[in-house]
Design a protein around this ligand. Sequence first.
Ligand code: PEP
Ligand code: MG
Length: 547
Amino acid sequence: MHIYEGKSVFNGIAIGKISVYKKGEQQVKRRKVDDAEREITRYEDAKAEAIRQLQNLYDKALREVGEANAAIFEVHQMMLEDDDYNSSIENIIRTQEINAEYAVAATADNFAQMFASMDDDYMKERAADVKDISERILAILNGGSSENAGMKEPSIIVADDLAPSETVQLDKDMVLSFVTVHGSLNSHTAILARTMAIPALVGTPIPLDESADGKIGIVDGASGRIYVDPDEETLAQMKEKKEEDLKRKELLLTLKGKENVTLDGKKVMLYANIGNIKDLATVLQNDAGGIGLFRSEFIYLEKDHYPTEEEQFQIYKQVAETMAGKRVIIRTLDIGADKQCDYFEMEHEENPALGYRAIRICLTRPEVFKTQLRALFRASAYGKIAIMYPMITSVKEVKRIQEIVALVRAELTEQGIEFGEPEQGIMIETPAAVVMSDELAKEVDFFSIGTNDLTQYTLAIDRQNTKLDEFYDSHHPAILRMISTVVENAHKAGIWAGICGELGADQTLTQEFLAMGVDELSVSPGSILPIRKIVLETNVEEYKAGR
Ligand code: PEP
Ligand code: MG
């Protein structure tokens, strides 16, 4: 048994097989072999497994995204049966007496180059496909379980680090837990783990090789530990702890359906943060009063092209309909900084967190912004959608947004397209927005405080930099004073203010937030019921008198 300690992102216990997530291309070494026929059999077996995986992917894609999009997996199966491809691999193994991995990699390179040099655009594209199928075979030959190979059973994902774009591509049903060597507590992968309510660790010095891959692992979110290949005693102890955890969760479920009201009658809205429509099931299970933050950029990150108005409209409509009249706050595109999309073709920046991101992109690329706004206005005819704009620093920006919104409304009216009137709010996540919150409050329907970025920009601490976790003091008095100021200014203007950053879920601060008059807390779905419990047990006036 080996124990590695990291920083815990979400509590709970996960027990299952460890799958080391390998990025990009497989490392291939050339190795002489004694028995070439054995290598050919290894290749044949790997090929059969690859075809089986592709069939599974085809079936899944057929169910989820339709026949046209599933067809690629059929093409890949056919490519694996191609005579030229197979003869090349067998020939290299036999004549050079080398390992199957090397023969597959060499054939992949040769064929990809050949396709890439063709005039026909269709054939050119096959270069990427031949690489893709070869990567799959290599992953199987390596006995690994790379993303390309797909996971066969729910697993603990161990990785060096995971970019948001990689995390969204993982099959969530197959993820029991995330453990990363790098990554900070405030990274988006950490946030995603909280949304999925699964135990996760970052900053864990675990080896990314066969000493962990494929072994049984236990992740204990409470102690921040991962046990690799645990002994019987540890396994039994952890199983028991997991049972207790489940019982606690069941107890919380008895709070479902209750109003979020304190002993002295103060009400608060408890909403959920999501990044994907797949999160809706946990939102409903945990009895959220609405959605306080739908990070719409994940729709962009999942694609390799700008999502069309229609694609976005369908997603927003589905969320609005599923939430059945409850408020759904959709944040407009917050791409940039750590959330990069290749097709946005953004230039390299020295300081991306202080760079071209979020509303700055939308205001300078109105065609991208308008597409999203049109989809949001149209979808709001199907439920209670609210739009929220990120990274605001000035009243001037809000005025520019209002102008674009007016254009969108006028266009839809002229085209005779049905649309609703969504509420319009902004995120308060820059110190400038806090200082200007009295003026900003006159322009919008609500505020939602993004404490993740607000802390980053106020304390001058990169939220992605794991070395700075000890300095990232989210309880810093400056942050708490800022929250209080924002709430006061919102109320003076007659609007409500909530918190949708991670601090909103900090149960040691729930009473303090109630005392400040915070109207809404938007948290990961799994945190809603524990916070409801605190709300129900709190007397705000007594708490204020005692602090
Ligand atoms: C925040 O900054 O607090 C926030 C909610 O937005 P994100 O974490 O997506 O930047
Ligand atoms: Mg933010």
